[in-house]
Ligand binder design. Structure first.
Ligand code: WT7
Length: 679
């Protein structure tokens, strides 16, 4: 099919006729204005020019002092980038834009209620707020370079302001997604050793002003139980001067941030020139064990990588209005709402609410009103918008030149709706594959250089050299239709530096499997293993198949099965718990929970509800299971291991396979009937 035929064929038809080899080409209008149309960039970033090639990204930034060593491998595999260099992220995202763009919008904040006007924060205004906030953090909260601070805030402009104020001082921020529970926040406070928590009273979600301050007390208590005292909590108010939460403020601990910061009106705080390898932030993510991992990103490498990829892949130009509809509480928001776009002096839109409230036209009204021309979201949201309002985009007068999809594999028919209906056939689309750990994109087409292939992330980014290994470490060549574990042969500036406080886990999780020599200081011996399965087609494009570990990607957010199971096991009646991912039309994958009861307890809806509530309290509502099945017994091997593979086949109505080697094969049919019904 050629590009015109694709636009003229229905989605249902396309889903049937779609062939792996079908490409869609970016328009000439897009190519004519694209930031990157020079194919030699891939040669410049070849392994022969590694690591010096990454100077091209670092040179997009202001440095107080240039580095003497581009990549220091002496503490392999904890790579240090741009050693000897001095830099500050807050200066790069704010101060340096004042000379030319002081009156330009840095952030445009769109509150959820449509009767509340959007707020424009210019670079000058951002500068003032970041300075005053930095003064408050330094002088009132007593924070200094190297200290950690936990930020549990929703999508409000104060969130990037606080992050940039931390970055100005060298304070390491750890932002916890607002949808996480107080308990989940408390565990992250304890792990990071934060003395200060920054929170918010309330925020809007689907028309409701949700109480958020109530999570503070739980968080502080959980942190205290793990030995970490929080002595100051700064609470921003959704409506300054008016407290919307019902939870009382604790005297001597909780303060209204909007009140305190007014004491620092007019304060200026010079950005601290930090060594390039100084940590910028921690971002916690789920792994295969119960404890979340604090991924530590260093200022010089991370900022260079997100600036470079924002410029070339997001194609941000000075006059563009860029809207990434992610939450800043996840890595996408850190890299591609805050640090990447602002380091380039762009205008970045932030939206408080959900794009389908009050109706499925909301997102497109915002796009029309603000004249957004670059749009960035996840397959889950695209599926949701397609279901709620398949014809809505046509009703609004907006035009995207560029769109991104990120976070999970996208089905070709969903991709095509995004292309034809949301993008009106005009936008170049990039499907970007990466992770919390990687700081920025690893695979994506370069939008002005490569054709798009729905469902495939595309080739590797410049300077990223992937390889697919089988279980034994043999390379799987491209074009063989054989899947394997995708790894990256070389370090890059955006890669995280370590897991906060757990170097051993860092090495074990990401490097041990394919390390060629654990004593080596040579990066060639340390391929990075992200934990995803992938296929590489003959054209070099990668199709990412999903996690190969015990991690479930729910709506583009990672959840560890162990975390979910531990939460279920805190319910008094529960003896055993097993979680499996089940396919879901909207959210990609969601958890199905299987539990068995301790002797003396009976199955009831009350018990299932308790399991769900426990997961919501311990992790957050995003982790809520689709079903809780109370089973008479778990299918087990003779050595007593729960066979999750069997449960997963049952949940997903797939072939169960041979169960004769199980200790209790009879239970399989019983569970199957319970889940799928008779027949
Ligand atoms: C996991 C990382 C990357 C920011 C958002 C999620 C999956 C990510 C894609 C994509 C297929 C993708 C992988 C990865 N993933 N992007 N374009 N196509 N799968 O960050 O929470 O760290 O999750 O998301 O499985 O390992 P994260």
């Amino acid at each position: 099919m050629d590009d015109q035929e694709i636009l003229e064929t229905s989605e249902a038809e396309i889903a049937v006729h779609w062939k792996e080899e079908d490409y869609i080409h970016p328009s000439n209008t897009f190519i004519a204005q694209a930031n990157m149309t020079d194919p030699t960039i891939y040669d410049r970033f070849s392994l022969d020019n590694f690591p010096e090639c990454f100077k091209e990204y670092a040179d997009l930034l202001d440095w107080y002092q240039y580095w003497h060593t581009t990549l220091d491998t002496s503490d392999a595999p904890c790579w240090k980038w741009f050693v000897g260099g001095k830099i500050n992220a807050s200066h790069n995202c704010v101060d340096r834009h004042l000379t030319q763009h002081k009156n330009k919008a840095a952030l445009i904040y769109v509150p959820e209620p449509e009767n509340e006007a959007h707020a424009v924060v210019t670079y000058q205004e951002l500068y003032i707020r970041v300075n005053e906030t930095a003064a408050m953090l330094r002088d009132f909260a007593g924070l200094k370079a190297g200290d950690r601070v936990t930020i549990h805030m929703p999508m409000v402009p104060e969130l990037p302001v606080v992050m940039l104020a931390c970055a100005r001082l060298g304070v390491i921020h750890s932002v916890v997604f607002a949808g996480f529970s107080g308990q989940a926040c408390g565990e992250r406070i304890a792990d990071s050793g934060s003395r200060v928590l920054i929170s918010m009273d309330a925020y809007y979600r689907s028309g409701n002003l949700l109480e958020h301050k109530d999570k503070v007390d739980a968080a502080v208590a959980v942190a205290a139980a793990e030995g970490q005292t929080v002595d100051k909590v700064l609470v921003y108010r959704r409506y300054p001067g008016q407290y919307s939460a019902k939870t009382p403020m604790v005297e001597g601990r909780d303060y209204f941030a909007d009140e305190i910061v007014s004491d620092y009106a007019g304060s200026r705080v010079d950005p601290v020139p930090l060594p390039a390898e100084h940590p910028l932030f921690l971002m916690y993510t789920s792994g295969t064990t119960g404890r979340p991992k604090g991924c530590q990103h260093g200022v010089g490498g991370y900022l260079s990588y997100v600036a470079g990829t924002s410029k070339f892949v997001q194609d941000i130009h000075p006059e563009d209005v860029y809207w990434c509809m992610a939450d800043i509480g996840w890595i996408t928001g850190h890299s591609y709402i805050v640090y990447g776009p602002l380091s380039l002096g762009a205008t970045s839109v932030m939206f408080e609410g959900v794009p389908t409230y009050p109706d499925a036209g909301r997102a497109w009204r915002i796009a029309e009103r603000l004249d957004v021309n670059i749009f960035h979201t996840a397959p889950t949201t695209i599926r949701m918008l397609r279901k709620a309002g398949p014809d809505e985009p046509a009703k609004y007068n907006y035009h995207f030149k560029h769109m991104t999809t990120v976070g999970e594999p996208i089905e070709p028919e969903v991709w095509l709706w995004y292309h034809k209906v949301v993008g009106k056939g005009e936008a170049a689309i990039v499907d970007t594959w990466w992770q919390t750990e990687t700081g920025g994109f690893l695979c994506s087409t370069m939008p002005g250089l490569h054709p798009m292939k729905p469902g495939s992330a595309g080739p590797a980014m410049p300077g990223i050299h992937p390889v697919i290994y089988d279980e034994d470490g043999n390379e799987v060549p491209p074009g063989t239709q054989k899947a394997g574990n995708i790894c990256i042969r070389n370090p890059w500036p955006g890669i995280f530096q370590t897991i906060w406080g757990d170097r051993d886990r860092f090495v074990r999780t990401y490097f041990e499997k394919y390390c060629k020599n654990p004593e080596s200081k040579d990066w060639r011996d340390w391929p990075y293993f992200p934990g995803d399965g992938a296929l590489q087609a003959a054209d070099g494009y990668f199709r990412i198949l999903g996690r190969v570990d015990d991690v479930i990607n729910v709506a583009g957010h990672r959840l560890g099965t162990k975390e979910l199971e531990s939460a279920a096991l805190t319910v008094e009646e529960i003896a055993e718990a097993a979680v499996v991912p089940v396919a879901d039309d909207l959210r990609g994958r969601v958890p199905d929970m299987y539990v068995s009861l301790k002797p003396g307890f009976d199955a009831s809806e009350e018990v299932s509800n308790k399991v769900t509530r426990s997961i919501e309290t311990i992790i957050g509502k995003i982790a809520r299971p689709k079903h809780v099945y109370i089973v008479p017994d778990m299918p087990k091997t003779r050595s007593g291991k729960i066979m999750r593979r069997v449960l997963s086949a049952i949940s997903n109505t797939m072939e169960i396979g041979d169960v004769t080697t199980l200790a209790n094969p009879e239970v399989v049919e019983e569970v199957r009937v319970m889940v799928q019904g008779e027949g």
